[in-house]
Ligand binder design. Structure first.
Ligand SMILES: [Zn+2]
Length: 128
C-alpha cells in the first residue's frame, strides 16, 4: 500500500507555516510548547536567537506527520533542535526529566543533545 501524500508547492507550504506559526503563538501565549519560555517571532529565517519561535511538527514529517494546525506547535529553537525527529511522547518523557536543569542562556545545545541522547539510551534499555 502506498501512502497518499499531497504535494504542496514550496511557496504554499511556507505560507501555511507562517499562518500556523502566528496562530500557535497566540494559542500558546507566546511561549514554547515544551519548556514554556517566552519566545519571539523570528525577524528573519537566519535569526539564531535561542528564544526565537520555531515551527515544530508533533508527529515528525519523517514519520508522515503533516503540516496542519493540529499537528504543529511553536517551540523555542533549543527545544526544537533537541527534539529533532524524535516522537513527541518520547521527547516529552525525556524532556520532563531534563527540564529542571535546563537554562537557555547557560546550557549549550551540544550539551543538551548529549544529555537527551543519554536519557534516550537509558529509556530504550528499560523497554527492551
Ligand atoms: Zn523550549
Amino acid at each position: 500500500m502506498v501512502a497518499q501524500v499531497t504535494k504542496r508547492s514550496k511557496a504554499a507550504e511556507a505560507k501555511m507555516r507562517q499562518r500556523i506559526l502566528k496562530l500557535k503563538m497566540t494559542e500558546q501565549n507566546g511561549r514554547c510548547f515544551y519548556c514554556k519560555v517566552r519566545i519571539l517571532l523570528p525577524a528573519n529565517t537566519t535569526d539564531s536567537n535561542p528564544y526565537m519561535a520555531t515551527f515544530d511538527h508533533i508527529r515528525p514529517v519523517s514519520q508522515m506527520g503533516i503540516t496542519h494546525e493540529d499537528n504543529c506547535v511553536v517551540a523555542c529553537r533549543m527545544c526544537n533542535s533537541m527534539k529533532s525527529s524524535m516522537e513527541f511522547d518520547k521527547f516529552k518523557a525525556l524532556f520532563t526529566a531534563f527540564i529542571k536543569s535546563y537554562d537557555h542562556t547557560k546550557v549549550s545545545l551540544g550539551k543538551c543533545s548529549k544529555y537527551i541522547r543519554k536519557l534516550d539510551k537509558y529509556y530504550s534499555n528499560l523497554s527492551t
